[in-house]
Structure formats: C-alpha cells, structure tokens
Design a protein around this ligand. Structure first.
Ligand SMILES: [Zn+2]
Length: 262
C-alpha cells in the first residue's frame, strides 16, 4: 500500500517520524509521497528523503501557503527558484499546487502561479499533485487549455462522475482519503464506485483529514488501512485487489518512463 499524500515534513512529525513510518510499515504501507508546500519545507523534504529511501517527494507552491502580499511581479522569481529545486533534487511531481476558492487570496493570482507551475511541469515532463476546493471548473479549463499530458493525482477528490471523467480523460488519477470513512462521504464514494479502482490512488493527507472515529487526533499514514477497508467494501472487491491496483496506479503515474521536452 502507498500513502500518495502525507505531509510528513510538517513540524508535528519532527519528534517521532521514525516511529510514525515504522508503524505505517507494520500496517503494510511501503511508500509515502510528501507533496511540497513552500520553499523552506522543500529542504526538509529532501532531508527526510535522504534518511528514508521509501519516501518520494514533490515540490510546489501550495495555494494555502502563498504569501498574503503576493503580486504577479513576484511569480517569475518564485518559478525560477522552483525550477532550481527541481533540477537539483529530481522530485517525482510538481505539487501540491492548485486553486482554492475558500482562501482570501484572489483567484486570479492563484491561477497565475498555478499556470506557471504547470508550464514548469511540462518542461520537466513531470506529473502534478493538484489541490482543489470549489474550483473544478477552472482546474479542468486550465489543464485543457495548457494541453497538459503528464497526468498526476487530484488530491482528496470529491465531485460527481462527470467531473471525475474530465480528469481521467486528461490522464489523472483520483486521490481517495479519509472523507469516504464518514457518512457524508457517500456521494464521493458513489462516484468512485462508478469510476473504478483502475483510476484511484490511496492517501491520508496526514496530519490533516482525520478518519471517522479519530477526529481531533493527528492523522498518520498507518490509518490508510481505514480507507482501504471502506473502499474494498464499497467496491465489493478484496483489499488485496485494491492494494495491488492502487500501487500500480501510483507507479504508472509517477514512475512511467517519459520523454523530457528538454
Ligand atoms: Zn496536501
């Protein structure tokens, strides 16, 4: 099993990361992807990866962590910095990037930096890890407009089957996490049943998005078994099948041989 989205670089994991990874491995989680959020965390991700070879990393500017005073004139330097980090450390994706309509940051500036990060991913032939919140319309529009062909993952996917198909047609997998362990996650679960396991990857979003019954606790990769359990039941297939297929989806997304445009 692979946790395709866990923020193990955050301060709440500093003191016991060894134990967190060990407990996850005891539950059968053998790889972890730490998505990037902003430059000071990128260096922490690189340090973690040196210590834990089973950790994959991505770099990007997460919309939630953009400076409040961000203006479009700051973007070229930020993109240059990201390009240097990509060249020096070879992440497996550009992310976590995206659009979030619940943030105070105007959508126009979020879109401006999102587009530039997509362009950078195209140059390096890297897939994307995408954050969405009330923004499927713009995300799909921009990805189509940019003719993005390297796929990636729509993190914490929620939406109907039509939206799901829009992303799948663009080569994306859907990230499935703790939301489906709640009764309110049934709509998303219905979409996932319609879509099928061949388009899904598993994730916890640790330390956020706690599983049902574990509210108020730090979420951890070991809890991925809760997601596996609910998904297997909903799809009426064995946990083994889900595990094998979602692992294969992760590899196909992030480790497929690619021709670089460079
Ligand atoms: Zn995240």
């Amino acid at each position: 099993m692979i946790d395709s989205h866990c923020h193990l670089d955050l301060a709440c994991f500093t003191s016991d990361l060894d134990a967190v990874i060990q407990r996850a491995e005891e539950q059968g989680i053998k790889r972890f992807l730490i998505p990037g959020i902003e430059p000071t965390h990128w260096s922490r991700q690189v340090k973690i990866q040196k210590h834990f070879p089973q950790v994959d990393i991505a770099f990007g500017y997460h919309p939630y962590f953009l400076p409040q005073s961000l203006s479009s004139s700051d973007i070229p330097n930020m993109i240059e910095q990201l390009a240097q980090w990509i060249e020096a450390n070879q992440p497996i994706a550009v992310g976590e990037i995206g659009l979030d309509r619940t943030l105070p940051q105007p959508l126009a500036i979020q879109e401006a930096i999102f587009v530039e990060q997509i362009k950078l991913a195209k140059i390096h032939s890297l897939p994307l890890v995408i954050h969405h919140r009330k923004s499927h319309d713009r995300l799909l529009g921009i990805l189509r407009q940019q003719r993005f062909e390297h796929g990636g993952v729509i993190h914490a996917f929620s939406g109907n089957a039509e939206i799901a198909r829009g992303y799948i047609d663009l080569g994306f997998k859907l990230g499935v996490g703790g939301t489906i362990t709640y009764p309110r996650g049934q709509k998303t679960l219905d979409t996932l049943i319609e879509v099928g396991v061949e388009h899904l990857v598993l994730e916890t979003d640790s330390p956020d998005m706690p599983m049902h019954g574990r509210q108020g606790q730090r979420n951890m990769p070991e809890n991925l078994t809760d997601v596996l359990c609910v998904l297997a039941e909903a799809l009426t297939v064995s946990q083994d099948i889900i595990e094998v297929q979602t692992d294969a989806n992760y590899s196909a997304t992030f480790f497929a041989p690619r021709n670089t445009d460079m």
